[in-house]
Design a protein around this ligand. Structure first.
Ligand code: GDP
Length: 445
């Protein structure tokens, strides 16, 4: 069995003392373990290497969250980065199947699960999307494969194109298209022939079929347990015939799913579905979070870190609320609010959510309070000394001049900022006195 990444990391980090931010050494040590875990999960070496490099840049210097260990925090960063790589654009599992009859070409090596997946997907399209589906087998080399599709078709209640012995794949494809058009089908799926290995004849055949039907989707079906091989197969099929998505089968097995990461990183194609068994309903849309957790073998840590971050944010908010209730709202608080506003999409975003501030938000927008202005205001606050930020009322005319000049602004701008801090302080105090219940009520109205 695999040694879990969390075990490895806790060993490493037990020896490290906690500091304010993740140091380069902390991150490097942790990522060495992550790299081994990725390779064990069948992620290819260049992909693992690139991935680690990216994460290293992201993680170094990040503030350490107090209620978790640095190791756990690195894992969270790694997890988020995994999800990012694994997430393709668009809705997961969505297929381009408007304009009936929409052709879907199923390609892949023999034994990868192509025929099974064709039937599973047909069943899904029929039951979940209410589509009328026609399936056709183009595997003229193995009559058993054609029979297999017909049997599965009966099993899932989806029509299959009648078998005409001796017909070439391209001709079967043409017949399927004709039948789908005449029969009023929404989708027709072509199950192409597989080989044990990629060969030219196979590729040429798929190319010809593709040219004839012009598929809306070309889905590559690969065995998720074959790791590296699966990625090479994907790359080759994509180069030769162009694929629009991937279905990873046998994800119900012991494999850790590293192929998914390599697949995304190398081909850039979305993984649309995963096969989770031999049964006809064992096909699910691909979920990046689930695979990321599986690659790391530790979903628990990620939720732990998320919870810790929530706790810390709640604690911070509570502390702030207490200060506001006492009428304490200085330049540090204002700076934090301004930074928050930038993060939340400007003045409108944050103020619109605060009770009684909708009007002010509109005024702010009218006054051109965009990100640029917010950043200038932050620059002004940064030009102040620590003491001045805590007690802005001590500012004398000469200091005001210097602060404004330091931020490349006018004294009048600084005066506006001071007025804003006073007004917001008053408002916060009022809100604090109202208590949470009332505030909520007002916010809802
Ligand atoms: P093809 O040669 O690519 O058409 O492969 P088949 O569809 O005939 O599948 C080969 C074998 O793999 C069959 O026994 C299937 O039942 C099995 N299979 C397909 N998909 C999955 C899957 O997601 N999980 C498991 N455990 N078995 C699968």
């Amino acid at each position: 069995m695999f040694e879990s990444l969390s075990d490895r990391l806790s060993g490493v980090f037990d020896r490290l003392t906690k500091q304010g931010a993740l140091s380069e050494d902390d991150v490097k040590t942790a990522l060495r373990e992550v790299r081994v875990a990725l390779l064990e999960a069948d992620v290819s070496l260049p992909v693992a290497r690139d991935f680690i490099k990216k994460v290293q840049e992201q993680a170094t210097g990040q503030a350490v969250t107090k209620s978790v260990t640095p190791g756990q925090q690195v894992v969270k960063i790694v997890h988020d980065a995994l999800v990012e790589v694994l997430t393709g654009e668009g809705e997961p599992g969505a297929l381009k199947i408007d304009n009936p009859p929409a052709p879907i070409l199923m390609v892949g090596l023999q034994g990868g699960g192509k025929t099974t997946t064709t039937a599973k997907l047909a069943k899904r399209l029929k039951e979940k999307d209410g589509k009328r589906v026609l399936m056709a087998s183009l595997d003229v080399y193995r009559p058993a494969a054609m029979d297999q599709l017909a049997i599965l078709g009966t099993q899932v209640g989806v029509d299959t194109l009648p078998i005409v012995p001796g017909q070439k794949p391209v001709d079967i494809a043409k017949r399927a298209k004709q039948q789908a058009t005449m029969g009023g089908y929404d989708v027709y799926m072509l199950d192409t022939a597989g080989r044990l290995h990629i060969d030219e004849v196979l590729m040429d055949e798929v190319e010809q079929v593709s040219a004839v039907v012009n598929p809306r989707e070309t889905l590559l079906v690969v065995d998720g347990l074959t790791g590296q091989v699966a990625v090479e197969v994907a790359q080759e099929f994509d180069d030769k015939v162009g694929i629009s998505g991937v279905v990873l089968t046998r994800m119900d097995g012991d494999g850790r799913g590293g192929a998914a990461l390599s697949m995304r990183a190398v081909t850039g194609k979305p993984i649309k579905y995963v096969g989770l068994g031999e049964k006809m309903d064992a096909l699910e849309t691909f979920e990046p979070e689930r695979i990321a957790g599986r690659i790391l073998g530790m979903g628990d840590i990620v939720s732990l870190v998320e919870k810790a971050q929530e706790t810390i944010e709640a604690e911070q908010a509570e502390r702030m609320m207490k200060r506001f209730q006492k009428g304490q709202f200085n330049m540090n608080d204002l700076k934090m609010q301004l930074e928050q506003m930038i993060k939340m999409g400007g003045m409108q975003g944050i103020m619109g959510m605060m009770p009684g501030m909708k009007k002010m938000a509109k005024q702010a927008e009218a006054a051109g309070m965009d990100d640029k202005v917010l950043k200038q205001q932050i620059a002004l606050i940064q030009s102040m000394t620590k003491r001045e930020r805590a007690n802005p009322q001590i500012l004398q005319a000469s200091r005001k001049k210097r602060i404004a000049a330091g931020a490349g602004m006018e004294v009048s701008d600084l005066n506006k900022l001071l007025k804003m801090q006073r007004q917001m302080g008053d408002m916060m105090k009022k809100m604090g006195k109202m208590g949470k219940g009332k505030m909520l009520k007002q916010a809802m109205s």
